[in-house]
Design a protein around this ligand. Structure first.
Ligand SMILES: C[S@@+](CC[C@H](N)C(=O)[O-])C[C@H]1O[C@@H](n2cnc3c(N)ncnc32)[C@H](O)[C@@H]1O
Length: 236
């Protein structure tokens, strides 16, 4: 994968990290991953002014190959030289790939840790300033069971893709954890496909839970429409 992929899809200026992983076990970066990169590139000014000189804790849930985490590290998102990064994935293969991608792209001297766990269960409450998630969003009967590791490595890919009812089972769980995991000034970027009914989700998060929710980018990708929404607390 190289930069051409992303230029064809958007109007990005920042380079896309080099990735070389085993795509039989780890989700290969595609339109949704690139939309997130373009989103974060577009949001650089907003994030820079939101976090300014503070040390920021950044967490990508489900980093897969690590392309998004590496992109944030390379480009100082949200705050250059003042951020620490965590990649949290349920798949051990994704975490291995993330470490490898960070290494290949020479992000030396920047703190990055990978943790294997289910969503935010390993994270200290109230500490994450920037949270990013490209979830398993494809509608399916169920969210797959965690595979019995070495037996069939490719089953980890199902876990990367299939999101249960409306493709929202995993995302819904995260939405319920947002208030606990984000810092006071924290912000989350979450990717949706049209079949997740993101506008209804956004309305519910605004009306029932009082979040500020903004659609920041959307794009047609084949027959799918992908979008990224930004969630933050209302400033009183
Ligand atoms: C659609 S892939 C996104 C990969 C990468 N972020 C990208 O954009 O290319 C979803 C990722 O979420 C991970 N994942 C799925 N369920 C999870 C859970 N409950 N907790 C943590 N990670 C999960 C998968 O292993 C996979 O790496």
């Amino acid at each position: 994968m190289d930069r051409v992929d992303r230029i064809e899809l958007g109007s990005s200026m920042l380079p896309t990290p080099y990735v070389n992983c085993d795509y039989e076990t780890v989700y290969e970066p595609c339109e949704d991953s690139f939309l997130l990169l373009d989103c974060l590139e577009d949001q650089q000014e907003y994030l820079g002014s939101r976090f300014q000189d503070a040390l920021s804790v950044v967490c990508e849930l489900g980093p897969g190959t690590g392309v998004v985490t590496t992109f944030m590290m390379q480009n100082g998102i949200p705050t250059s030289g003042k951020s620490v990064y965590f990649g949290v994935d349920i798949s051990p293969w994704a975490l291995e790939a993330t470490r490898d991608t960070v290494r290949r792209n020479k992000c030396d001297g920047i703190f990055m840790e990978t943790v294997q766990c289910d969503l935010t269960s390993c994270l200290k409450p109230g500490e994450v300033d920037l949270l990013v998630f490209n979830p398993p969003y494809v509608p399916a009967e169920n969210v797959p069971e965690i595979p019995d590791d070495a037996v069939d490595r490719s089953r980890w890919l199902d876990l990367a893709l299939l999101g249960g009812e409306n493709g929202m089972a995993v995302t819904e769980r995260l939405l319920q954890q947002l208030d606990t995991v984000l810092s006071r000034n924290g912000v989350a970027y979450i990717l949706f496909c049209a079949r997740n009914h993101p506008e209804e989700v956004a309305e519910r998060m605004r009306n029932e839970y009082g979040w500020e929710v903004e659609l920041v980018i959307h794009r047609k990708a084949g027959w799918e429409v992908l979008s990224v929404y930004r969630f933050s607390r209302k400033i009183m």
